[in-house]
Design a protein around this ligand. Structure first.
Ligand code: ING
Length: 309
């Protein structure tokens, strides 16, 4: 048994006017609750420190940069790192990263129980668009504000197991899970901010969004025999609703814990990393079953090329 008690720390809405320190206070309350429930690890959402600012069209780079962190931990987040370290709890969370040489990423980090950052991930699959789109009911400007991640999908030895991270839209792409699966990943941590409505397809509402959300998490977990911990920033941010649905999925693809609200809520489950082993040694023993000689299109081609006849 290699049991990790995981707390998915869903955050309710963060308004554009909310300060980082007010958000960090909420995150600290969640890690304190996690301590009371014997958690070893707490997972927070994507862009956990601020509102989902890519919904806002901005032209002034100084205005954009105010949403980014230039240090991690930084002045606003040191209290959170200190509290998690004092409680002996590892944590993962997402934030907007501005590097010292001026590159902008949608990033997540994993800190161990001593408060040391042991892994970093930068979002690879950026959804949306890079210019104002008047046809959309709301903007989704991640391609405007972030660069595609440059770190790939690393898997790190931590907490006695093999951990990977991804972010939000990444969860919709099977390549995300498989690249980590090929490194033996046993638990994938991801945060998300998912609008409840499709800005281009008003008929697609929150129930459809939640269906696709569950579908891709369960498939990714099962097809790579790994735990998946997915944590939302949820609720109404300045009139823009985000889905909840934070959940923990086991290596068999089954949902074992799920949030019931769109507010700050801790979703806890004792995850035995050894539960990954059976799938990895039988149906998804990649070395025995995969036929890579037939998979060339997956990395050799980006878009669709239809057969001529
Ligand atoms: N949000 C959304 C997500 O992938 C999206 C964007 C929603 C794309 C639904 C396609 C369909 O969950 C982020 N932040 O990636």
């Amino acid at each position: 048994m290699r049991t990790i008690v995981v707390g998915g720390a869903q955050l309710g809405p963060i308004q554009k006017a909310d300060s980082r320190s007010a958000v960090v206070d909420r995150m600290i309350a969640l890690v304190e609750e996690a301590s009371g429930r014997d958690c070893d690890l707490v997972v927070y959402p994507e862009l956990a420190l601020t509102t989902f600012f890519p919904r806002w069209y901005m032209q002034d780079q100084d205005e954009v940069d105010q949403w980014f962190e230039t240090a991690m931990p930084g002045p606003d987040t040191i209290p959170l790192f200190d509290k998690a370290r004092d409680l002996g709890i590892a944590m993962s969370f997402g934030y907007a990263e501005l590097t010292s040489d001026g590159r902008h990423y949608n990033t997540s980090v994993l800190a161990d129980k001593h408060g040391q950052i042991v892994a970093r991930y930068r979002k690879v699959h950026l959804p949306g668009h890079d210019e104002y789109d008047p046809e959309r009911s709301h903007q989704h400007l991640e391609k405007r504000y972030f660069l595609p991640g440059d770190l790939g999908f690393p898997v790190t030895r931590a907490l006695g197991g093999l951990f990977g991270m991804c972010i939000c839209n990444d969860r919709r792409w099977p390549e995300t899970y498989r690249v980590m699966g090929l490194q033996g990943v046993e638990m994938i941590l991801l945060g998300y901010n998912t609008p409840s409505v499709n800005s281009q397809k008003p008929a697609e509402g929150s129930q459809d969004r939640l269906f696709h959300h569950r579908l891709v998490l369960q498939a990714g977990a099962y097809q790579n025999s790994t735990w998946v911990v997915a944590v939302a920033k949820a609720g109404d941010e300045d009139g823009h609703p985000l889905i909840g649905g934070s959940m923990i999925v086991n290596p068999d693809g089954k949902v074992v814990a799920e949030a019931v609200s769109e507010a700050d809520e801790l979703v806890v489950h004792a995850c035995d990393l050894d539960d990954c082993t059976f799938g990895k040694q039988t149906i998804f023993d990649f070395a025995r079953h995969r036929r890579t000689e037939h998979y060339g299109l997956i990395t050799g081609q980006t878009g669709v090329v239809e057969p001529r006849d």
